[in-house]
Design a protein around this ligand. Structure first.
Ligand code: ATP
Ligand code: MG
Length: 235
């Protein structure tokens, strides 16, 4: 499908979704009167599902833009620690509802990164959601940020790790997880929602910002994703 048609179509989808989400939120806030428990439960389901649709539409439009070379980034010097804090704060409820824990280890004297704040936030949020979705109750997630050495062995860069104690990634799926629409056949993965776009978008966004993404994983033990971002001082 031509990009302009696809983007127009996703805009057409977004408008009704925004209305459903907006009115659900008003009802949830009690604007139209007090709700009983069953109404509240139903409404929360509506709200969560329209949220899922909105994410899918936005992911589809991102991947089309990326493939057409039409995704624009807005670079600035930023603190990756702030981005991590925001993402952890907004995901904490979902993580705790799954009886999992998340810990953050931020090194002192972190140097500012040169990147697009919203897009770095999108990458982290995608990696963090994978970490909790593909882990069972009691799972532990650790996010680490530190200054590291670039692959040339001379210059510095920011190193970020997201470690989980989840289901792990099969060696035979190693190359596939970054492909769009790929999802493992594992039952634990199928039980979770997802369009299989998160990692493919994340890899593109990281590389467009001059960084790298990789992972280590052991089936049944867990996975650690590694992401690097260039420092602002190199610009
Ligand atoms: N931390 C992880 N632990 C185990 N498997 C993972 C992990 N992260 C990704 N995967 C595997 O890689 C697949 C692709 O991940 P990706 O984030 O691209 O898609 P998704 O999570 O299925 O859907 P979406 O992110 O679009 O909502 C997942 O379906 C899962 O099989
Ligand atoms: Mg995902």
């Amino acid at each position: 499908m031509a990009l302009s048609k696809l983007l127009n179509c996703s805009h057409e989808l977004r408008t009704p979704m925004t209305a459903i989400k907006g009115y659900s939120d008003l009802l949830l806030a009690g604007t139209a009167g007090t709700l009983n428990d069953m109404q509240l439960t139903f409404l929360k389901t509506i709200s969560a599902n329209v949220g899922r649709m909105a994410t899918l539409v936005s992911d589809l439009s991102d991947i089309s833009r990326i493939e057409a070379g039409r995704l624009k980034l807005e670079f600035e010097a930023l603190s990756i620690a702030d981005v991590v804090d925001d993402i952890v704060r907004s995901s904490r409820q979902q993580i705790e509802a799954r009886k999992q824990r998340v810990g953050v280890e931020i090194a002192e004297n972190l140097l500012p990164v040169w990147g697009d704040r919203n897009r770095i936030s999108q990458v982290l949020s995608s990696l963090l959601s994978n970490a909790y979705k593909y882990s069972s109750e009691g799972g532990e997630i650790t996010i680490r940020v530190k200054n590291g050495l670039a692959s040339d062995g001379n210059s510095a860069e920011a190193h970020l790790e997201i470690q989980d104690t989840g289901v792990g990634i099969h060696p035979e799926d190693r190359e596939k997880v970054f492909e769009k629409f790929f999802r493992a056949k594992d039952g634990a993965v199928r039980d979770e929602t997802g369009g299989g776009l998160g990692l493919s978008i994340a890899k593109n966004l990281v590389e467009m910002q001059g960084g790298r993404i990789s992972f280590e994983s052991k089936v049944g033990k867990g996975t650690t994703f590694y992401v690097t971002f260039p420092l602002a001082s190199d610009e």
